[in-house]
Ligand binder design. Structure first.
Ligand code: NAD
Length: 417
């Protein structure tokens, strides 16, 4: 069995790579097996046995809890860190790191207490600094946008810092008290009942993310890069992200870029990628009113989270939005659906597996298995177009046939030529 490695900045992918997968909580158990069947069929049909994914199941979330043999009461008595290790064992992180490329189903995060998001923890432990979320419309998918085909964006969301860095203290903690006292000394007194969260935005992490977005834009022949920020309010964090982004585009990659609105006599500006910036709240409007004007988007963690869900909704919902978390230096990448574990729908063989399948399609492209990726994507698009779809799309389409998660997967395989 082959192990993926990285050499001279490039992934070296054997014909039988071991790819770890996490089933995921909630609907993860419905969609992950379907994704595996579809990928196996596409790889088999494309390469006739010459290539094959060696799937390696690794544990996280509820499955990891079950395997630990601990009761919920026993887990509840553990410290936050110990609890997290039960739900996300060290062996899982080691496997994701060793095998370089992997895929995961959604994992449930308790709100308020419990433990930190396992999804965020995986991204941070492996420094998967770029969360890449392509959003486009597939013909036939019912969408709220008047002309959804105009939206075709790829969002690069910074994954390691911002208010997601996990530097946060509850209102009555010793740390929050100390920070309140320190802020008072600095002339910023806060009410004594203030909880505290910190928003770090660094030059290094911002520039690294923008470089990844730029490399992608150049490689894919994209037309524009938009830096999204709230720098009018948060000048030294979000505003700095904007400035660092322009520095990377115009100083480091100057031959490829032109700033929006700039003109040079006689220069062939049409061959260049336009770099522009938008304030986050305006960007939400822009993506609704002028979706065709945006292409590659680079932004920080929180903006990127909101923006990718909003874009997904514009083209027909979370059920079809894929994603990948990537460190382009180490090559380590964990692909995952953009949606969560939707516990209400779990175990019903009901939800849409497209997001997970399209995430696997991204993964196949990342491996360089473009032909298998194309086959997957075309068969999925064909299945949707023929109006045999899961409940989320069926209820919005005229004359559609409702099918289960597993049946939808079978139809995709049947639609592979
Ligand atoms: P969610 O994405 O799980 O579900 C929201 C709604 O979206 C669902 O009720 C459903 O109507 C719809 N939906 C989601 N996926 C769908 C699919 N495949 N097919 C059809 N409809 C679908 O969001 P939530 O309810 O806010 O979160 C549930 C849990 O998932 C939380 O614990 C949250 O922390 C976690 N979560 C995990 C990830 C991740 O693993 N990366 C991402 C987001 C949320």
């Amino acid at each position: 069995m082959g192990t993926i490695t990285k050499s001279d900045g490039k992934l070296v992918v054997p014909d039988d790579p071991v790819i770890p997968y996490i089933v995921g909580d909630g609907i993860g158990r419905d969609i992950t097996p379907v994704m595996i069947n579809v990928v196996d069929a596409a790889v088999e049909k494309t390469y006739s046995g010459k290539r094959k994914v060696q799937w390696k199941k690794v544990l996280a979330g509820v499955e990891a809890l079950e395997a630990s043999g601990l009761t919920l009461d026993e887990v509840d008595a553990l410290s936050m860190k110990e609890k997290q290790r039960v739900y996300l064992p060290d062996d899982t992180i080691k496997a994701l790191s060793k095998h370089v490329v992997s895929i995961k189903g959604p994992l449930t995060t308790p709100v308020g207490g419990g433990f930190r998001s396992l999804n965020v923890t995986i991204r941070q432990l492996l420094t998967l600094y770029a969360c890449v979320r392509p959003v486009k419309w597939y013909p036939g998918v019912p969408a709220p946008l008047r002309d959804p085909g105009k939206l075709d964006v790829v969002i690069f969301r910074e994954n390691t810092e911002d208010v997601y860095a996990g530097i946060e203290w509850s209102v009555d903690s010793m740390e929050a008290k100390k920070v309140r006292e320190f802020l008072k000394e600095l002339g910023h007194p806060l009410p004594n009942d203030s909880a505290i969260g910190i928003k770090p935005i660094s030059e290094g992490a911002s520039k690294r993310l923008v470089r990844a977005a730029i490399d992608y834009a150049i490689a894919e022949g994209r037309k524009s890069l938009t830096l999204v920020h709230k720098g009018n309010i948060m000048k030294y964090t979000e505003g700095a992200f904007r400035n660092w982004g322009y520095e990377v585009a115009l100083d480091e990659y100057g031959e490829h870029f032109v700033r929006e609105g700039e003109t040079h006599d006689g220069a062939n500006l049409s061959a260049k990628i336009v770099v522009k910036d938008r304030i986050a709240d305006q960007m939400f409007q822009q993506l609704l009113l002028r979706p065709g004007e945006y292409d590659v988007i680079a932004t920080m963690n929180l903006n990127g989270d909101y923006l990718s869900d909003a874009c997904a909704a514009e083209v027909g919902g979370l059920g079809i939005a894929p994603g990948g978390n990537i460190n382009y230096e180490t090559g380590i990448a964990v692909f995952e659906a953009t949606h969560g574990s939707a516990p209400r729908h779990a175990g019903l063989d009901k939800v849409n597996p497209s997001s997970m399948i399209l995430s696997a399609t991204m993964m196949l492209r990342y491996l360089g298995w473009e032909e298998a990726a194309d086959l997957c994507e075309e068969a999925l698009a064909k299945t949707i177009h023929s109006k045999t779809v899961t409940y989320d799309l069926e209820r919005l389409m005229d004359d559609a046939t409702l099918v289960s998660t597993s049946k939808f997967g079978e139809l995709i395989v049947m639609n592979m030529k």
